[in-house]
Design a binder for this molecule. Structure first.
Ligand SMILES: [Zn+2]
Length: 260
């Protein structure tokens, strides 16, 4: 054990590669004897040094190791230089490395947190806008249904069995609402699309929006800004179309309602 005393303050310097030739030779020879005290102390010192360099935020030397580091630094201060690069210099380099790695890591973390927050607030704003639009649409729908000035358009029961009639309400300023209950759902990936059929001969049907009935069969389609006025339109029609709607009808209308 007395042998180990002379190496006690060399572990960290050895781990940092800062021993002079004579010290290194003596210490290597001692380690070669398999001394358990110095072997495990060296393992700990190497671990500390590697953590300082690579795992900065987690580097928390044990209090025993800290005490030994302090003793080593004090011994360095007293003792004459024994190597070209004294321990305190290496410790300073390690500390600088630690600080720069740590602050780099902090900046990364803050940047991540900031972008998370930005994504969150964007999602909240989007959700709020969606609710706001739903509320405005519901309000507009109610006004169109309630206003006696709205033109009512009956869209009778289609020829096929089991599909009830629909009814449209066309308000000159607020738009069109088409509504129905117990409307059978179209096939998956299909939707119900509304068309304005112009009075002018030769004019093609004008697409006016599409929606699937809700789970309970309620169908409500709001067209806030129809592309034609009631006076220019001879009828409304609803066809079964692929999800996303079509530019022109691809199936025979299931509901048709003449205007006026
Ligand atoms: Zn030893």
């Amino acid at each position: 054990m007395s042998d180990c005393e002379q190496f006690r303050e060399l572990y960290e310097s050895a781990a940092l590669g800062a021993l002079n030739d004579a010290e290194r030779a003596a210490f290597d020879a001692h380690l070669a004897t398999g001394c358990p005290t110095c072997t495990s102390a060296m393992e700990e010192a190497r671990l500390l040094v590697s953590r300082l360099a690579y795992l900065a935020p987690e580097a928390e030397p044990s209090s025993m190791l800290k005490g030994r580091l302090m003793r080593t630094v004090r011994a360095e201060a007293r003792a004459p230089k024994r190597s070209a690069a004294p321990f305190w210099l290496w410790a300073g380099v390690a500390a600088l490395l630690l600080i720069s790695i740590y602050s780099g890591w902090q900046v990364q973390r803050l940047r991540r947190e900031l972008s998370d927050l930005q994504a969150q607030s964007a999602a909240i704003a989007e959700q709020r806008a969606k609710l706001e639009k739903e509320r405005a649409d519901a309000e507009r729908t109610a006004l169109i249904l309630a206003d006696p000035l709205s033109i009512q358009v009956a869209m009778p029961q289609p020829a096929e069995k089991g599909a009830p009639p629909m009814r449209a309400y066309w308000h000159s300023r607020l738009g069109i609402v088409v509504a129905g209950v117990r409307i059978p759902a179209p096939a998956a990936n299909r939707t119900l699309e509304l068309w304005l059929l112009p009075k002018a001969p030769g004019r093609k049907p004008i697409p006016a929006g599409f929606v699937r009935p809700q789970e309970d069969g309620t169908f409500v389609l709001l067209v806030a800004s129809p592309a034609a006025a009631p006076g220019e339109t001879k009828a409304l029609a609803i066809t079964d179309e692929p999800e996303g709607g079509s530019a022109q009808p691809t199936t025979t209308p299931r509901w048709v309602g003449a205007i006026g």
